[in-house]
Each structure stands twice: as C-alpha cells, then as structure tokens.
Design a protein around this ligand. Sequence first.
Ligand code: MG
Length: 210
Amino acid sequence: MWRSGDGALAAGAPVTNDGCPSVPHFAEPVTVVRDDADALVAWLAAGTPVLRVARADGLGKRDDKSTLFTAETVQDIGVHAYYDILRIAPTGRPWSVWVFFTEHTREFAGWYVNLEDPHARDEHAVYTRDHVLDLEIEPDRTMTRKDEDELALAVAQGRYDAATAAAIEAEAAEAEAIVADWGPPFCDGWENFQPDPAWPVPGLPERWAL
Ligand code: MG
C-alpha cells in the first residue's frame, strides 16, 4: 500500500500506521516489482481502487485555490485512471520517479518526479508525504517544473514556512541535475517495463469501506 499524507494534495501529516484510516488521506494498492536496499519499485495499475481525499464542500480539489491547503476534507474512494504508473522510490531520497504508460495501450507517456518525504517502508506499506512541487519530463526529455504556484500558496496558507519551501526548491534542483545528467533511474530502461499479465489488480482492505 502506497500511503501519502492528509490534505487535498497529500502534503499534510504522513499516516504512519497500517490500521484503519483515521484522517482523510491517500492510499494506493500497488504490486511490488522490486524492494531492496537501493529502491522500492511498485506498479500502480489503472483500474485500481484507491483512497483519496476530497473537499468537504464538494468542490474539486483545485476549484478554489484560495483554500487549497485550508479547506476541510473528507475521505473518498475512487479508481486510479488514465495511466498505469511505475513508481521508483530511491531509498532515503525526497522523491519518487513515476513512469507513465497510457491506460489500455501501455504506450510510454513520460516521467514525473514527485517530490515527497523520504520513504518509510515496512512489510505492508510505504509512507510518504507530498511536497507540492513536481517535475514533468516528456518522452523527449524536455523538463519543466509543475505547480510552483501551489508551492507559493502552501506558504501563503500556512502549510509551509519559507525555509521549508526553499528546501523543497533545493530538492527540485537536485532532481533536475540528475535528469540533466540522465542518471539513474532514468537511464535504467524502466520505460520498457511490462507488468506480468498474470498480476491481479489489488484491492483496498474491506475494513476501509466508507
Ligand atoms: Mg507531487
């Protein structure tokens, strides 16, 4: 189970135990591809049921950015859609690299660096917390920062202090340098990954039913 923090953008307090969800947060059942000292590699298939966070007022999570980090939230269940994602979480690093494949066709659609807390792992789950800022890398290796405006809103709305936001920007620069050098995991051929067709799509525990 890939578990992220609370709040509409998963940037809140990390959920640190594997009991029933106590606060609205994100949890995605994944298939473990590799789990060793270097990294956790996990497959999130389109069609997988997931826990996600929704605004209590019924608006979409980005419909009112003036309350992006302050709106009351509720637990929601949805289905992961549009892309199959291979996630590579290098041990001890503040990000995971997501390799996107278009749903159904499995066509490679690009990379993403999701800046997030270094990952805690146990036998059941990986625990992290989103850092709002992300990097998008096109199949032609064109790279852009995503959601810089939301990082500024996170400071304005009290989620981060200025020093935390600056540290996140430094993490982004560190990841950008790896992309510029085309270091691991980008050079490791994961864009050619194919899941075992026998893998079932994992589900959420029944005790998490809303
Ligand atoms: Mg992110």
